[in-house]
Design a protein around this ligand. Structure first.
Ligand code: ATP
Ligand code: MG
Length: 244
């Protein structure tokens, strides 16, 4: 068996001490309480699950453990405007490849605006013709980062990238992600998007009340609920909107 460069981040293992207060956030979240280890796909690992299931909490603590700033961006950015909410990163042990990624980015929709301001400053320095990210819409700015700033051979953590993207742009994002994967990149993506989740070279991890488990694309609610709704929406609307 040969040495594999990817995944750059192979596994995280939780080592919880005896002093943990299981009643308090983030340990009260079932996906965190039951977290033993997560093994990552060399290409793409998706985190899915209900709102509040703990996806952002775990993604953020991985990002912090890897050395990203709490606001996201690349590792040169440390704005510290977002409040640090999880002490979880200190309990994570990271297993990494012998090869260090050359590029990296932690995308969070909520602080992308602040990070863009900072990137504008850096970007202007490295290319005179680059347009300001602020002269673009939210989705355009994110696509510009995905297409122009992600260089390949990178480890990219994205929290709900679809929040900014139209359905067509989500399809374009699949193409961009695939190209970066072919250029030896690894992604970890928290998402609710049934489009992004269809990416085939991926592992889907479902966060729920019992912990974290792997599921197949067609067994996700994202796939079945969306498909059912689109196929039967007049009836589903009747059921959903009927008077009490
Ligand atoms: N600072 C905090 N203090 C206490 N509880 C918190 C804090 N931050 C988040 N939580 C709680 O932790 C749980 C997990 O939140 P998290 O943001 O990780 O969910 P998520 O899976 O990313 O959800 P979504 O799909 O809505 O983004 C939620 O119940 C949330 O209310
Ligand atoms: Mg979240």
């Amino acid at each position: 068996m040969g040495l594999q460069a990817k995944p750059y981040l192979q596994r995280i293992t939780a080592l919880f001490g005896d002093d943990i207060d299981w009643e308090r956030h983030p340990y009260s979240v079932p996906a965190v309480r039951n977290l033993e280890s997560i093994s990552f796909h060399p290409d793409v690992t998706f985190f899915i699950g209900e709102n509040g299931a703990g996806k952002s909490t775990v993604l953020e603590s991985i990002a912090l453990a890897l050395g990203f700033g709490i606001d996201g961006g690349n590792k040169n950015i440390s704005l510290n405007t977002a409040s640090e909410r999880a002490p979880l990163q200190h309990a994570l042990r990271l297993s990494r490849s012998f090869r260090t990624p050359r590029d990296g980015y932690f995308f969070r929709a909520e602080s992308f605006h602040n990070v863009s301001t900072h990137m504008d400053e850096l970007w202007e320095r490295d290319s005179a013709s680059a347009e300001s990210l602020h002269a673009r819409s939210h989705g355009e700015a994110f696509m510009a980062v995905l297409l122009n700033k992600f260089k390949g051979r990178g480890l990219y953590l994205l929290d709900e990238p679809e929040a900014a993207l139209s359905p067509n742009r989500q399809l374009a994002a699949l193409t961009a992600i695939h190209q970066l994967v072919e250029e030896e990149s690894q992604f970890i993506i928290a998402t609710h998007s049934p489009i992004l989740l269809a990416y085939p070279n991926a592992k889907i991890l479902l966060f729920d009340g019992t912990g974290i488990s792997e599921v197949a694309y067609e067994d996700t609610e994202h796939y079945s609920v969306t498909r059912d709704f689109l196929n039967h929406y007049p009836r589903r609307l009747e059921q959903l909107l009927k008077p009490e």
